[in-house]
Design a protein around this ligand. Structure first.
Ligand SMILES: *[C@@H]1O[C@H](CO)[C@@H](O)[C@H](O)[C@H]1NC(C)=O
Ligand SMILES: *[C@@H]1O[C@H](CO)[C@@H](O)[C@H](O)[C@H]1NC(C)=O
Ligand SMILES: *[C@@H]1O[C@H](CO)[C@@H](O)[C@H](O)[C@H]1NC(C)=O
Length: 257
């Protein structure tokens, strides 16, 4: 006996703008260390994805972890996002974790790889809530963590490819991400860029939508146990889920087995 349950709950975005151009209010799209802020996570993303916890969970879903055992090799970078906060250190560093969230980032530290630094645009002058990311691909530690040739474009593209390649999940949260590219925020070429590495001038603007599982049974008015298992069509993915109660959600189509 199959019964179809269709549930739609809107996720309301609080923000009105994707981001503010830092350059219009005295900021820069380069870090103080002259690395390009080549990815913006739009403020129109699900609000939870823009919190510190959300930044880390989304990074984990993309295959990135917090810095190796909390050890930060190389200092933090700093940026001025034109929001009135002036120059501030990065909020978070995420490194490719080689499939192991706990210690994988140590491999990235030793072997080189992809990483991104996160800055938040939240000062009162430009309080978008957007995240500005400086992504790059790095040489191994033996080479002083230099950026590989074309390492800024490659770093950006690798993050974007994973983010937009389908739904990614971590810790019970699913994310689907859309991208559009914006030119004109960053310069083109290597002039003024750290290590004299050329960039293509494109900024990837990501909109991250977060989905959580909900207790469909209560909405459907069924009396069976919430422990029941369902085949759930979750956007473009079919997965067997153990449903859990969460407060926020999305679009979920579940078919009882
Ligand atoms: C940024 O980090 C550096 C190194 O940890 C520290 O010395 C500096 O005081 C920090 N700057 C700000 C503005 O927090
Ligand atoms: C802005 O974000 C930073 C980094 O998460 C945080 O430390 C700071 O308190 C925030 N400022 C405001 C005004 O919310
Ligand atoms: C930077 O790169 C450009 C073009 O690739 C080259 O003409 C220039 O000499 C380089 N500058 C430095 C300081 O290496």
């Amino acid at each position: 006996m199959l019964s179809l349950v269709i549930l739609q709950l809107a996720v309301y975005a609080v923000a009105q703008v994707e981001y503010y151009d830092p350059r219009l209010t005295g900021g820069s799209m380069l870090t103080v260390q002259d690395e390009p802020l080549n990815i913006i996570v739009s403020a129109l993303s699900s609000p939870d994805a823009l919190t510190i916890r959300g930044i880390i969970n989304y990074g984990n879903a993309l295959g990135y972890g917090d810095d190796c055992l909390g050890i930060h090799l190389g200092g933090p970078q700093a940026a001025d996002l034109g929001d009135g906060n002036g120059i501030v250190n990065q909020t978070q560093m995420m490194r490719e974790d080689y499939g192991n969230t706990a210690i994988g980032t140590c491999l990235e530290t030793l072997e080189g790889g992809n990483h991104y630094r996160v800055f938040r645009q939240n000062g009162s002058l430009a309080d978008s809530g957007a995240l500005f990311l400086a992504a790059s691909k790095e040489d191994p530690i033996t080479q002083q963590h230099n950026i590989v040739p074309n390492g800024y474009n490659i770093g950006r593209d690798q993050v974007v490819a994973t983010a937009t390649g389908g739904i990614v999940s971590f810790s019970g949260v699913d994310y689907s991400t859309s991208v559009r590219y914006v030119s004109g925020l960053l310069p083109v070429g290597s002039d003024g860029i750290n290590h004299n590495i050329s960039i293509d001038g494109m900024t990837a603007v990501l909109t991250v939508s977060e989905y959580r599982f909900v207790d469909v049974l209560s909405f459907a008015g069924h009396s069976s146990s919430s422990q029941s298992r369902y085949d759930c069509q979750f956007r473009n993915r079919l997965q067997r889920l153990k449903l859990v109660r969460q407060s926020q959600c999305c679009i979920l189509r579940c078919r009882q087995r």
